[in-house]
Unconditional design. Structure first.
Lengths: 342, 327
């Protein structure tokens, strides 16, 4: 994978605790230059917290430890001024709800030029011209006449485009998109995904795409990390993970998605619920819900280890590759294939 | 067979005033919608935000007043709102909302919330109520020890199960579900969808399932109606409509669903935004975003026509030569 590319951002053993309750249990993650990385998991698995912690955006009561390096420079615990030069300038972030991220009492043009003044020192006409170029770039029709409108005069999809324009203002090396399409309608979601792909191709910036939607992630990303209860449980290229998910949780996520094609069948849910971070089960956190659980899973935590095909996997009894190839046919639940083979 | 619920030409128009002295402007949230649901059948209603699908669901139950049209339940016209007959009828038709925490009373235990509809509708004698509550909890997969819990002590999926149990308490014949699984995680969503299907098959309940998530609707609905700006633009059986969508909007909607492992290339990506219902385009409301629009689409609104057996669409181009459906 990224051996030839130098790493842009490196997270090492990143841990986060809120009021003594640990929610992130040591995340190791690298993002290469220009790479598109996806972070997948259900609510509460720590996918957003990882990047909020990395950028120092968590509230003071959060205990963050570990190392976050941007091109070798340590960010974790560095002074506010350093962080502020990185945020927006080197690493920009967009959030799920665009309308609450924009300032409702400032005109849109002013908000974009503010970002341009901060990160690139542009003023006056130069800033205005650049802001209009960015608005064009993210596909705001008739940018010139809408420069002086307020956020509420734009639709949800356009607000998200404006957020992306502001994020691009600092010409960042990395754009972190935290569920950028979740609050949007289906047809608008497709437009925004398309825009993110296109912008990455044009600007060459790296993208981290945080989402619970495996479908959306597969369209935008090259490499995917699956997180569960504050840990990465599987990591690999999109092709690897989608053709053959090895961790039972990844497999379960795929089976649980209702399909839009193929015959209609009852869905295959993952039994049980996501554990409360205050009372994590001993051993592997997924063990109480796992269909392939072993006795040892309840006591021993499987480490995240590299596999022969280059992926990383934290499981004592992963879904065998041969079975996965069988099961990759549409809508054949892993469990049925397994019992047929045994 | 008479439909369990039949709606004819429903309309709901809100008067919206923009600014203090401006003339109020009509917003046609639901505009001439007709539909019928057979006993035990599931009708899915899909559409983007602002398409009027939630308003339609509320109108079917009589919570939102009709401004035009008629709803008939089991062949009889809906009684006047808030009369004794209406209340009696409401026991047979129940609503499940998107946000279970908002739908449950935070200060009542789960058991007392489930007993409430039994009390209100005086369905069974008082001494049998605890047994019925226990039975309902088993039916939706809640544990008995959760009876004394408060809503905040349950997870999102469990709360939605409690809401569904409460809706089932009065043994309804019709369940209107408005985005019932949209707030749930994928793994939990599948649990609740399977449970709804199972309960429906066991009890023969008809369902109107409103959702923006096409994947979920396809897996639960027998028939699907696609709404755009307050009108149904295409309706067909769930298998047919997702395999071969005909209306250009349905095509774009189906195509916009991200499928794991399938790339964006070759998909129909709609340009433009969903138009504002207060500012409805002339002619076919979809024409500004439609790739195959002709002159007629800009001037004349298409009516819903039968284009195939058991399939209707409102499109000039798709329905060329088809016979209009009698409303």
């Amino acid at each position: 994978m990224g051996a030839a590319k130098s790493n842009l951002v490196e997270l090492r053993d990143l841990k986060v605790a809120f009021d003594g309750v640990q929610v992130l249990h040591g995340i190791d993650l690298t993002v290469g230059r220009g790479e598109a990385l996806g972070l997948v998991g259900e609510s509460g698995c720590g996918k957003s917290v990882t990047w909020l912690a990395a950028l120092g955006l968590l509230p003071g009561k959060a205990g963050v430890s570990g190392s976050v390096r941007l091109e070798g420079r340590e960010l974790c615990g560095s002074p506010r001024s350093t962080l502020e030069s990185v945020r927006g300038g080197r690493i920009a972030m967009i959030f799920q709800d665009p309308s609450s991220s924009l300032n409702p009492v400032l005109r849109i043009g002013r908000q974009i030029t503010e970002a341009l003044a901060l990160h690139r020192g542009l003023r006056g006409d130069a800033a205005r011209t650049e802001a209009l170029r960015l608005m064009d770039m993210v596909g705001i029709p008739d940018a010139r006449s809408r420069f002086d409108l307020y956020a509420h005069e734009f639709s949800g999809g356009q607000c998200q485009r404006l957020m992306i324009a502001m994020a691009l203002a600092g010409e960042p090396d990395l754009l972190i998109a935290d569920e950028p399409t979740t609050a949007l309608d289906a047809t608008i979601q497709a437009q925004i995904l398309d825009l993110l792909i296109q912008l990455r191709a044009e600007t060459g910036m790296a993208t981290v795409f945080i989402s619970h939607d495996l479908g959306a992630v597969s369209q935008v990303c090259e490499r995917v990390c699956v997180m569960y209860a504050g840990r990465i449980v599987e990591q690999g290229t999109v092709e690897q993970l989608f053709a053959a998910p090895r961790h039972p949780y990844t497999r379960g996520l795929f089976d649980a998605i209702p399909r839009i094609d193929g015959p209609r069948q009852p869905l295959v849910p993952i039994p049980g619920t996501v554990p409360n971070p205050k009372h994590l089960p001993a051993g592997c956190a997924f063990s109480p819900r796992c269909s392939r659980v072993l006795q040892s899973c309840h006591t021993e935590l499987p480490p995240l280890v590299p596999q022969g095909d280059g992926r990383l996997l934290a499981c004592a009894r992963p879904v065998p590759l041969a079975l996965v190839i069988h099961a990759a046919k549409p809508r054949t639940p892993a469990r049925i294939v397994e019992s047929a083979l045994q | 067979m008479t439909p369990l619920i039949q709606a004819t030409n429903l309309a709901r128009i809100y008067q919206v005033r923009r600014g203090l002295f401006a003339q109020p402007k009509p917003v046609r949230a639901v505009d001439g919608v007709s539909l019928a649901v057979m006993p035990g059948e599931t009708l899915g209603i899909v559409g983007e935000s602002g398409s009027g699908k939630s308003t339609l669901g509320r109108m079917l139950l009589g919570i939102d007043q009709l401004q035009a049209g008629e709803v008939r339940f089991e062949g009889r016209a809906m009684p006047e709102l808030r009369t004794a007959e209406w209340r009696a009828l409401r026991a047979k038709m129940q609503l499940v909302y998107q946000d279970p925490l908002a739908a449950l009373d935070r200060r009542l235990t789960i058991a007392s919330q489930l007993a409430e509809p039994l009390e209100i509708h005086r369905i069974i004698p008082k001494d049998q109520r605890p047994a019925r509550v226990a039975e309902l909890m088993v039916a939706v997969g809640l544990r008995q020890d959760q009876a004394g819990r408060f809503p905040h002590e349950l997870s999102g999926g469990q709360r939605q199960r409690a809401v569904i149990a409460r809706a089932l308490a009065s043994r309804p014949k019709l369940l209107v579900c408005d985005e019932p699984v949209s707030a749930l995680d994928v793994s939990i969503q599948a649990q609740v969808v399977n449970m709804l299907r199972q309960l429906q098959e066991q009890n023969g309940i008809a369902m109107v399932f409103i959702s923006h998530d096409l994947k979920v609707v396809r897996n639960i609905a027998d028939r699907v109606a696609v709404m755009y700006l307050g009108r149904i633009v295409e309706e067909a059986s769930s298998d047919v409509i997702f395999r071969s969508p005909r209306h250009p909007y349905t095509q774009a909607l189906v195509s916009s669903v991200p499928v794991p492992g399938k790339l964006l290339e070759g998909r129909v990506i709609l340009q433009g935004e969903p138009p504002n219902p207060a500012n409805r385009p002339a002619g076919c409301a979809f024409h500004p975003r439609c790739s195959i629009a002709r002159d007629i689409c800009r001037s004349t609104a298409p009516v819903l026509r039968q284009i195939e057996n058991r399939r209707t669409a409102a499109c000039h181009i798709v329905a060329d030569g088809a016979v209009p459906v009698a409303a």
